[in-house]
Ligand binder design. Structure first.
Ligand code: GLP
Length: 243
């Protein structure tokens, strides 16, 4: 694991982009994340694309997760997030974009959607996975307690995750979806390289657990410790060694 601390999210995101570019070509497969953490990295990707340095025409993407039964075009769906923050600004082929699509509450249908996404992931090979972390140490929507060999599944979100995410839903916990579909920890660990981004003081605990180097099922982010190519990039606020 390589560990980098930066003063600002912008500097951190430039480093993240440099690592990403060093590990992909124009035919690679990217694992993408939502949340505020990767937004500045996505800006770097867009700027470099607009400068004519990189084409996404033949790039394939897989997103980590999506809320269950949200309207696909809801402004806070991860489908909308990815299009607004990245896909609408690069030359990616819509057919190469994969985002979990659990747009139903019907459990039988959800089971099929879960299996379909897992099969697609099994057939793919993710070169670089971008990862954020929840304040409780979750990765994607793998909440504390999730088995490290989990594959794609439906999850009931923990109360503090619903609370954290209520900022996107008028701070109204009632409006936040209570279930999500997520890549499992095993799927995430299959990526060749993982770029882990954590910014802000509320990520300090999770980063400290990761740096402690001991697997702890109550902190899903600690599943990364034995992966051979993990780049942990944080700002000072999230760095547990900064006073
Ligand atoms: C959500 C997402 C995670 C993300 C986390 C942190 O729970 N499912 O993939 O890592 O939020 O989000 P943020 O980067 O906004 O702190």
């Amino acid at each position: 694991m390589e560990y980098f601390v930066f003063d600002t999210i912008e500097e951190a995101s430039k480093k993240a982009y440099a690592i990403m570019k060093a590990n992909i070509n124009e035919h690679s497969t990217l694992g993408l994340a939502t949340g505020s953490s990767p937004v500045a990295l996505y800006k770097e990707m867009i700027a470099d694309h607009k400068a004519g340095n990189f084409s996404y025409k033949d790039i394939t993407t897989f997103n980590l997760d999506e809320y269950v039964n949200i309207d696909k075009n809801h402004p806070e769906s991860y489908y909308s997030f990815m299009h607004n923050n990245l896909f609408n600004h690069i030359d990616i082929n819509e057919e190469r974009i994969h985002i979990p699509a659990p747009y139903t509450n019907d459990d039988a249908k959800l089971a099929k959607i879960v299996k379909g996404y897992n099969d697609e992931l099994e057939a793919a090979s993710v070169d670089v996975q971008i990862l954020g972390v929840g304040s409780n140490g979750h990765i994607a929507f793998n909440e504390p307690g999730t088995a490290f060999d989990s594959t794609v599944h439906i999850v009931n979100l923990k109360e503090n995750t619903i609370k954290d995410n209520s900022r996107f839903f008028d701070f109204d916990m009632e409006k936040v979806p209570k279930r999500a579909m997520t890549m499992g920890i095993k799927n995430i660990l299959q990526a060749k390289n993982i770029i882990f981004l954590a910014f802000g003081a509320n990520k300090r605990d999770a980063v400290a657990k990761l740096l402690a180097g001991k697997e702890d099922v109550n902190y899903p982010c600690t599943s990364l410790i034995n992966h051979p190519h993990v780049y942990v990039i944080v700002d000072k606020a999230a760095d547990p060694t900064t006073k």
